[in-house]
Design a protein around this ligand. Sequence first.
Ligand code: PLP
Length: 400
Amino acid sequence: MNDCIYLDNNATTKIDDEVLAAMLPYLTIYYGNPSSMHTFGGQVGRVVREARKQVASLLGAQDSEIVFTSCGTEGDNAAIFAALKAQPDRRQIVTTQVEHPAVLNVCRYLEKQGFTVTYLSVNSQGQIDLDEVEAAMTGNTALVSIMYANNETGVIFPVEQIGQMAKEYGAIFHVDAVQAIGKVPLDMSNSTIDLLTLSGHKIHAPKGIGALYVRKGTRFRPLLIGGHQERGRRGGTENVAGIVALGKAAELAGQHLAEIDRERKLRDRLEQGILNTIANTAVNGHPTQRLPNTTNIGFKYIEGEAILLSLDQYGICASSGSACTSGSLEPSHVLRAMGLPYSILHGSIRFSLSRFTTEAEIDRVLEILPGIIDRLRELSPFNSDDADWLKEQEQAVLAK
Ligand code: PLP
């Protein structure tokens, strides 16, 4: 099972051997608490400081602006709640319809608490309309929370332009950069972003570690109230091994950025190979304003889950836009927001690469996939857009 072809790197990534080697001593030998007064704990405090420097360096931030968290979800929650507490007389949040549930479900919760949330729409290529962003903002906007890049399609939003608008309205600007980190260069020293979330397991560190960038001067209240750790911005004894891992992973991600074009070329090879050899396929999302490692492809007239199961039999890991929700196959909220037709909504697959992806793996997928699609289309009860059933299903989705 270990020699699978892993093209699901937006879900999680393999731990880099160098990252594992860096973190292991902090699980075995150096298990001290960084807050302890003794030398044994103190030496651990030193590596936490070093890791903070490594993460800050990847972001063009100051060390003191990095707060270690447990994951991207915690970072998003902490950012949103902190921004609202910082501006208690403002009651509106501006976000998008295509955020990760770590933002969307917090916003839905906050609506029930009396906040107003504006969910910006996207066009058929997954892009935001800047006029709509501007129109959404008012003097009551406490927070603008926008993802840097979408996890399903890889589409990149114009965050700096949005941040400029947020500043004009006096709103705090949070960016969920969980998918962008290590794939596009980020420079907080020249940015409108106040708060930025990242997560270790998307950049070859283990699960259970993340970080929140908090711009110096941004009013911040902790989500986890406890000890004085992280300068009082996040209580809880530090996950030292995870922090060391994140630091190393950030350092390696920074180095890898210089070679990101290799990943882009492999992604393009996969994408073009599929579009050229399999009929009725299309890329979901903007062709260029996209992460270099992601392609989301619609295979008309078949269920994405059936494609995934068939790929799995060949040891190929990818992901579908749909998630199984309470027994019914709900189409992806991202692809739905893009207004894609039913035949594509249900037959979309995300392939996401990493620096470990090889040309041989891409070629193997291109060798296997056409046969899988042919077979599934032969079995499919619908094979044209005119099928009555297809139309009915589409109406049902649109009516929701
Ligand atoms: N935000 C985005 C855009 C993501 O893709 C993810 C994870 O897939 C998260 C937040 C949540 O991160 P974590 O899994 O570390 O909680």
